[in-house]
Ligand binder design. Structure first.
Ligand SMILES: Cc1cc2nc3c(=O)[nH]c(=O)nc-3n(C[C@H](O)[C@H](O)[C@H](O)COP(=O)(O)OP(=O)(O)OC[C@H]3O[C@@H](n4cnc5c(N)ncnc54)[C@H](O)[C@@H]3O)c2cc1C
Length: 286
């Protein structure tokens, strides 16, 4: 920073062997773009005491909590081959729920994690080629209190979220029933005390079951919103093009500038906003 203006970056180059800083790199620039993601962008700005005048920095974190339903079929499906996110159902988006067929490699996501005994029972791995899974993600907004107050209370300054609205069990029960009707022999609904069901009659147990939020196997995806864009400098951190309102020369172009939940997977929106902001910046710099 020079005279209140961002004039570049100073970075430590880390030695990959030792993990220690090897030397310092300084880049002087007419414009500086920060794109460290919705967690690290506000963290970095907060540490440097920048971009805080609206009081919105680090607030408004949105994540997409998700849970999955997996089903075991008789035949091999090898669901990890081909297009990973092959189908989605947005019929329930008005209720904030998106269903998407996802089958990540084992160890990542719910398809493997939903199998009972996963990680302990290696035999289960043999079933993996016969498993299909679908996830339900919903939008959840972060705590809106001041990050500094949260830190003072001993809480993480940014990551204070908890699903106010857990992913819909009613839909999971419908998915379980549908899978069984389509020939699945077993459905794994990722619910405590109900690791698997194998008859359409059991579907009612998902529908009527009561679980505490803390018992649900929910993982959270797609953090966004922590340096949100807006049309005035009081309610937002950056302008509609990603320029930081109170730091000339500094721009943010990543998931943190999204003003609210995208409700769907955000990557294309993030890339579109970054490309749009970059094109405008390039024009402005001549
Ligand atoms: C496993 C996985 C699967 C996903 N699948 C999908 C999907 O199918 N569809 C979809 O839409 N989204 C998906 N997402 C989400 C998507 O990847 C993110 O929403 C998106 O990448 C966010 O973009 P970003 O530019 O804000 O941040 P990132 O892509 O996270 O980029 C931030 C970069 O900043 C770097 N960085 C952070 N701090 C520092 C620092 N101090 N110094 C230097 N560098 C730093 C990081 O290393 C990183 O390279 C997935 C995410 C994961 C983890």
């Amino acid at each position: 920073m020079e005279a209140g203006r961002a004039v570049g970056v100073v970075a430590d180059l880390i030695d990959p062997e030792s993990g220690r800083p090897r030397c310092e790199m300084r880049v002087r620039a007419k414009a500086t773009v920060l794109a460290a993601g919705a967690v690290f962008t506000p963290a970095l700005l907060m540490r440097q005491k920048l971009a805080g005048s609206s009081g919105q920095l680090g607030r408004n974190l949105v994540v997409h909590p998700g849970a999955g339903t997996s089903a075991l079929f008789d035949e091999d499906l090898s669901a990890w081959r081909g297009t990973m996110q092959s189908y989605y159902i947005d019929e329930h988006l008005d209720d904030g729920v998106l269903l998407e067929a996802t089958f990540p490699p084992p160890g990542l996501g719910y398809s493997a994690g939903s199998l009972p005994g996963w990680g302990r029972d290696k035999e289960l791995f043999r079933l993996y080629p016969r498993v299909a899974s679908i996830g339900s993600i919903c939008s959840d907004e972060g705590e809106r209190s001041d990050p500094a107050h949260r830190e003072a209370r001993g809480a993480h300054p940014l990551l204070a979220v908890g699903p106010r609205r857990p992913p819909g069990r009613r839909r999971d029960s419908a998915l379980g029933g549908a899978a069984l009707r389509r020939g699945a022999t077993t459905v794994y609904p990722m619910l405590p005390g109900l690791t698997s069901i194998s008859s359409p009659h059991d579907v009612e147990r998902i529908r009527s079951g009561k679980w505490k939020r803390s018992e649900l196997h929910v993982s959270a995806y797609h953090p966004m919103g922590t340096a949100r864009m807006g049309t005035d400098s009081f309610g937002s951190v950056v302008d509609p093009w990603g320029a930081v309102w109170d730091v000339p020369g500094l721009h943010v172009l990543d998931a943190s500038i999204l003003p609210s939940s995208t409700h769907v997977n955000p990557q294309i929106t993030i890339m579109a906003l970054a490309a749009r902001g970059a094109a405008r910046l390039a024009d402005a710099l001549g």
